[in-house]
Design a protein around this ligand. Structure first.
Ligand code: NAD
Length: 498
């Protein structure tokens, strides 16, 4: 247990913000109620370990650039041990009674709820999202343990699972996979994102405290060694299933690698969501609120963020005006600051990509109504929330996921035109539209080539709804009654002569 007590490296203090300042540029390291949830190790076979090589990588606060801490730079030999531990634990765990696995998941859920404030602080610290959003994420993340604890009767588990997740939801992307995996009786090796390993480690520590048997969950960390670690996970014969959430390009690579041993796979990849406002919309303010929530949540860094906002001619002017008014109210800054509504993007590359999309659009005739530049006074990772009008389909933003706080407003004339535009994308994760016409609602919901549709709402994620995409957004579903299918096999047993 000594290992669980990290060295006190920081002058911990409650973050303070001067209320008269629009921006909170800096914050100190957050004070956790339970400091032992901050762990600079990897979790293998029930123990907190370092890399055999002793190497570590640094993790930085995206708001301030300050060092948060270091994590082990595991190599393939370290991760072999995690896979072996999961493999050794599998025969016993698969035969553990469903109701016992359910109890374990329920205890893990309870511990996440009890420690929600600390988990939220860790998320804000390493991911940058405002603390209120981080708290929302912890509730969402915990709900997958609660939901799948009720889905854990006798199943045919697929075996050892390799889980690879991104930084944009440091808690929820992990629990959305581990919940159903354990409910089905699988054991797992989870590769944490290098940007946000500390939230993952806190969740692992809560698994330990919940009494999840050793080897059943393993959390491995790596940065520069990630391609090699990824190759090991996707080619190791003991790993029967790979579940990946991340970019389409990395998904493509991992799919090729997984082919060598014919693994069961599920991919939650990138999106480029259309958000359509028809001029028969009943409540334009609700459409504005939906578009704001969908576009700017986590500073535009969710896979289901609206990327292309199509507004029908009759309401375009009015929608744009009201939309910009809302953006003017945003308060940009470090996620711990009072009243901060929007935080930094994850790294400077992400801010540069947002700017590239803005410059490309303006060079082709779009107009910046608000924002349009980096918020350099705050730091290299801040980008001013931006609204562009006069968008057209030849612009980068129309075809590529921006993953930043840039909203492009496109005008359209007819339903057919906008559905064609929406479906031009090679990806198909989420799509949204606002309309007051019931016939149109059924028609358009059916026509959009996406895995998830929001009708008259900008928020679609819930533990009870199947989450996932079509086309190059991947396949497989997470959450809902379908989520557990990804971690099971179907076995037919035919009896004769009994
Ligand atoms: P990314 O693909 O770069 O990284 C995701 C994870 O894969 C990280 O843990 C990373 O370390 C790991 N990784 C990277 N290269 C690897 C390799 N060669 N082998 C093994 N692992 C490797 O994605 P990102 O930039 O971190 O995340 C943003 C992307 O994720 C966006 O495209 C977003 O749309 C997508 N996303 C999708 C969903 C969904 O449910 N569909 C949810 C969240 C994010």
């Amino acid at each position: 247990r000594q290992l669980l007590r990290p060295r006190p490296r920081y002058p911990f203090s409650i973050p303070t913000v001067r209320p008269q300042r629009l921006y909170s540029m800096n914050h100190s390291a957050p004070q956790l109620k339970d400091q032992s949830l901050f762990i600079e190790k990897a979790y293998i076979n029930g123990e907190w370990v370092d890399a055999k090589s002793g190497e570590t990588f640094e993790v930085h606060d995206p708001a301030t650039g300050k060092l948060i801490g270091t994590c082990p730079e595991l190599d393939v030999s370290d991760v072999e041990k995690a896979i072996q531990a999961a493999s050794d634990a599998f025969p016993k765990f698969r035969t553990t009674l469903g109701r016992e696995r359910a109890r374990m998941l329920r205890r893990w859920y309870d511990l996440m709820v009890e420690n929600a404030d600390d988990l939220a602080k860790l998320i804000t610290w390493e991911n940058g999202k405002p603390l209120a959003d981080a708290k929302g994420e912890v509730n969402y993340a915990a709900s997958f343990f609660e939901w799948f604890s009720e889905e854990a009767p006798a199943h045919t588990p697929v075996g050892v699972c390799g889980l690879i997740t991104p930084w944009n939801f440091p808690a929820a992307m992990i629990t959305r996979k581990i919940g159903p995996a354990l409910a089905a009786g699988c054991t797992v090796v989870a590769k944490s994102p290098q940007e946000t390993p500390f939230t993952a480690n806190a969740i692992a520590e809560l698994a330990h405290r919940a009494g999840i048997p050793k080897g059943v969950v393993n959390f491995v960390t790596s940065s520069k060694n990630t391609p090699a670690v990824g190759e090991l996970i996707t080619t190791h014969p003991e790993v029967r299933k790979v579940s990946f959430t991340g970019s389409t390009n990395v998904g493509r690579l991992l799919m090729k690698q997984s082919a060598s041993t014919i693994k069961k796979v599920s991919w939650e990849l990138g999106g480029n969501a259309p958000f359509i406002v028809f001029d028969d919309v009943e409540d334009l303010d609700a459409a504005v609120a939906g578009a704001i929530a969908s576009k700017f949540r986590s500073s535009g860094q969710t896979c289901v963020c609206a990327n292309r906002i199509y507004v029908q001619e009759g309401v375009y002017e009015e929608f744009s005006k009201r939309f910009v008014e809302k953006v003017k109210d945003f308060k940009l800054g470090g996620g711990f600051g009072d009243g901060i509504t929007h935080g930094p993007v994850i790294h400077e590359r992400a801010a540069n990509k947002a700017h590239e999309h803005v410059q490309d659009a303006t060079s082709k005739g779009a107009k910046i109504v608000i924002g349009g530049e980096k918020a350099t006074a705050l730091g290299p990772n801040f980008y001013h929330p931006t609204v562009l009008t006069g968008m057209s389909k030849d612009m980068l933003l129309a075809s590529e996921e921006t993953f930043g706080p840039v909203a492009g407003l496109f005008s359209f004339k007819t339903e057919k035109e906008v559905v064609d535009l929406a479906n031009r994308a090679e990806v198909g994760l989420a799509g949204y539209f606002f309309s007051g016409n019931v016939r149109r609602i059924f028609r358009v919901a059916e026509a959009l080539e996406v895995g998830m549709v929001g009708v008259n709402t900008g928020l679609i994620s819930d533990v009870a709804s199947p989450f996932g995409g079509v086309k190059q957004s991947g396949f497989g579903r997470e959450g809902s009654k379908y989520g557990i299918d990804e971690f099971m096999t179907i076995k037919s047993v035919t009896f004769s002569g009994m």
